[in-house]
Design a binder for this molecule. Structure first.
Ligand SMILES: [Cu+2]
Length: 127
């Protein structure tokens, strides 16, 4: 019986040690502040991997946020966010790449053309 308990304890330690380090790594975070007509990012260089993009609409009008890796056709979108509200999406950032983000609304003017556009880069390695 004592031998069985020891074997189980060893198995538990081995299972714990086998967990990949990335399993416990918290997601990255990017805060995007929107206003008429600008997008301000909390950082312009991010680590690769899972990241939560939080869009805060500090403006008086509604705004949305679209996000795309340069060279990709895969567009991510946070829908229209009313004034003084916020919304988030989780994205997986590819290492060594560049992303663009913008507001796609066009009334009363084209928001992107008037300044609601920003870009950030992803490091080749975490840290
Ligand atoms: Cu907008």
């Amino acid at each position: 019986m004592r031998r069985l308990a020891a074997a189980l304890a060893c198995a538990a330690v081995a299972a714990f040690a086998a967990l990949p380090a990335s399993a416990s790594a918290p997601p990255g975070h990017l805060l995007v502040n929107g206003y008429e007509y600008s997008l301000t990012l909390s950082r312009v260089k991010l680590d690769p991997g899972t990241t939560i993009v939080q869009f805060v609409n500090n403006g008086e009008d509604a705004h949305d946020l679209k996000l795309k890796r340069v060279g990709s056709d895969n567009e991510k979108a946070i829908g229209v966010v009313p004034s003084q509200q916020n919304a988030s999406i989780q994205v997986r950032l590819r290492k060594g790449s560049k992303y663009r983000m913008w507001c796609s609304l066009t009334t009363p003017v084209d928001h992107r053309a008037n300044g609601m556009e920003a870009a950030f880069r992803v490091r080749k390695n975490a840290g």
